[in-house]
Design a protein around this ligand. Structure first.
Ligand code: ACO
Length: 161
């Protein structure tokens, strides 16, 4: 299992992997317009943490780090249908917490789909947002029918242990 961090640097390898994770998102988030997903996944301000198994993309998270606020917005998160409920979603989230530590990011925010609130809660996300509004308002894309959730990242915790 590999967890590469992929940015659109225009290389064939990066674009190929981003298109594969985009396909997982479009299949798993059918209510989101496909063009919108494609645009954000390929956008240069967004970063994707991709999970691959034997060369196949099984899931991932696309997020936007806002370094000035030491905050990251999780934009899309999904695992392909045949790989769900096997722990991949947890492994991906643990990896992104470690990446936040490396980038000095203190907290992640997301608008969770209502049916995914339980998953995010198990990953340490809470409906109560403790980061000051000035740190995230205006940086976050607002989604109708979704629940804003926050997860603080503790630099003293080893999320992979
Ligand atoms: N509701 C409640 N609990 C859940 C859900 C859910 N929808 N999905 C998983 N869980 C639980 C599992 O039972 C497991 O609990 P356990 O640790 O007690 O056994 C735990 O959460 C972690 O399960 P994983 O197997 O690690 O999760 P999985 O690999 O299935 O990934 C994910 C979870 C990403 C939500 C996946 O089911 C998925 O892709 N769903 C469809 C797309 C989706 O809804 N994405 C989130 C949208 S919101 C956004 O993108 C910002």
């Amino acid at each position: 299992l590999l967890f590469p961090i992929v940015r659109n640097d225009s290389t064939d390898a990066a674009v190929k992997m981003l298109i594969q994770v985009k396909t997982v998102f479009t299949q798993q988030l059918p209510k989101m317009p496909r063009a919108y997903i494609s645009r954000l996944v390929l956008d240069r301000q967004h970063v994707s943490l991709v999970c691959t198994f034997r060369g196949e993309v099984v899931g991932g998270i696309t997020y936007r780090p806002v370094m000035s606020q030491r905050m990251a917005e999780i934009v899309f998160c999904a695992v392909s249908a045949k790989h769900q409920v096997q722990g991949y979603g947890t492994r991906i989230m643990n990896q992104i917490k470690e990446q936040c530590k490396r980038d000095n990011i203190e907290g992640m925010l997301t608008y969770a789909d209502n049916h995914a609130v339980g998953y995010f809660r198990k990953q340490g996300f809470k409906k109560q947002v403790t980061m000051k509004r000035e740190r995230w308002q205006g940086f976050l894309k607002d989604y109708e029918g979704a629940t804003l959730m926050e997860c603080l990242v503790d630099p003293t915790i080893d999320y992979l242990s």
